[in-house]
Design a protein around this ligand. Sequence first.
Ligand SMILES: Cc1cc2nc3c(=O)[nH]c(=O)nc-3n(C[C@H](O)[C@H](O)[C@H](O)COP(=O)(O)OP(=O)(O)OC[C@H]3O[C@@H](n4cnc5c(N)ncnc54)[C@H](O)[C@@H]3O)c2cc1C
Length: 433
Amino acid sequence: MDVVVIGGGVIGLSVAASLERRGADVTVLEAGEWGRGASEGNAGWISPGLANPVPAPGVMAQAVRWMPNRRSPLLVRPTPRLSFLRWSWQFWRNTKPGRYGAGMAALAGLGARVLDDYDRLVADGVEMEMHSEGLLFVGRSAKVVRAEVAVLREAQALGYRGRIEEMGQADVLRHEPALGSAIAAGVWAKDERHVRPETVTGGIVEHLEGRADLRSGVAARRITPDGGGWRIETNTGETIRTPRVVVATGWQSTDLLAPLGVHLPMEGGKGYSVTVANPAVAPKGTLYLLEDRVAVSSFDGALRLAGTMELGTSSRKVNPGRVAAIEAAAKRALVAWDGTNAIRWAGFRPMLPDGVPAIGPVPGRPGLHVATGHAMLGVTLGPTTGEILAPAVLGGRIGAELAPFSLARFGNRSAPSSPAQSASDAPVAGSPV
Ligand SMILES: Cc1cc2nc3c(=O)[nH]c(=O)nc-3n(C[C@H](O)[C@H](O)[C@H](O)COP(=O)(O)OP(=O)(O)OC[C@H]3O[C@@H](n4cnc5c(N)ncnc54)[C@H](O)[C@@H]3O)c2cc1C
């Protein structure tokens, strides 16, 4: 029952928690500090209603319109890197309605259980800061709100169980006094929740201490086959042998998998956040400023703005122009915003070109598993990812719920003689790629 999980973000730690609760002997390797990748400064939404994959119909045209504006919600930095060009082409192919619809069905299906999986984690003793006031989408035009309502209704038709309530301006301002009169309308997704994301990773680490072998500051450098199992070489000069590995290294997952011949077309979707302590105004719950694509999350004693997507860069620097655009959106929407002494942060969403995560065994490589590519939904889907992956890791049981997330969709194929792998390798019904 030995398993080594590589990556100590919300995904790797959630997988480790699910494995541990099933009695596995788990080691977790984290190159830096726990939860300091994309899992740190994000908006913290548990938002199963947002099941729409990023490559949506119309997104390319929107991206072209935004291209000249370096402060727009989406910035594509042209780069001649072959893998980026190939990824962009695959992304474009996935904006076709059929593929988008299949991706949305996959995400909505998974989303139906995320609140239960969070509740289970809490019942297991993981302490975190969680809020349940729902998520209020607001727009300066009623049209943009209507488009969001359509997305939520589509998610409901596909299994999303959350309730929604449409609101005119007066209702929105009554419901959320932190909003100013520039807001024209809104839709309240009443059952969405949010967490302070740092408390989820921190809470899981605390819970696993003494129950799992947790090693921070240890980076996996290379994974190679070793008899029937795997050998992991680390930056500390150690070699770890194990029958089962889970790679959950976020946007950097390709680094470990490509040398093994595993195809996982990953790009980092850079995003930013701005966090202030003791904010000038404290919204009740979370807000989504639809035109600007900016998230506003109220935490205990703090307020965080988060948003923007930047593709084609791997620089970790905080770009002041991108952050200023986020703060300008807050100034337009809220009755007050003061960013003095704010903490400004940048992180990379792990983005696969179909907007759907890769969760499951690597075809043809028994014992090697992947959990990554959660894009905008890593916090939302973390505990659920752990719960659906753990039975496959420990018992080779590949449930139907894993099918849409199979790595086979990227052309990874198993040897025909491996029965344990064949289920994951079958052509995936409704696969978005
Ligand atoms: C601005 C912004 C806002 C967001 N808001 C939300 C939101 O509201 N709700 C939501 O659901 N999602 C949100 N997301 C997305 C979410 O943050 C990500 O999907 C999620 O954090 C990805 O988690 P991860 O564990 O896969 O990756 P990461 O958190 O990046 O973790 C990967 C870890 O692997 C480690 N690692 C890498 N290589 C190695 C190696 N070789 N050996 C050992 N360790 C290694 C890294 O150090 C890192 O700690 C947001 C993202 C951004 C950028």
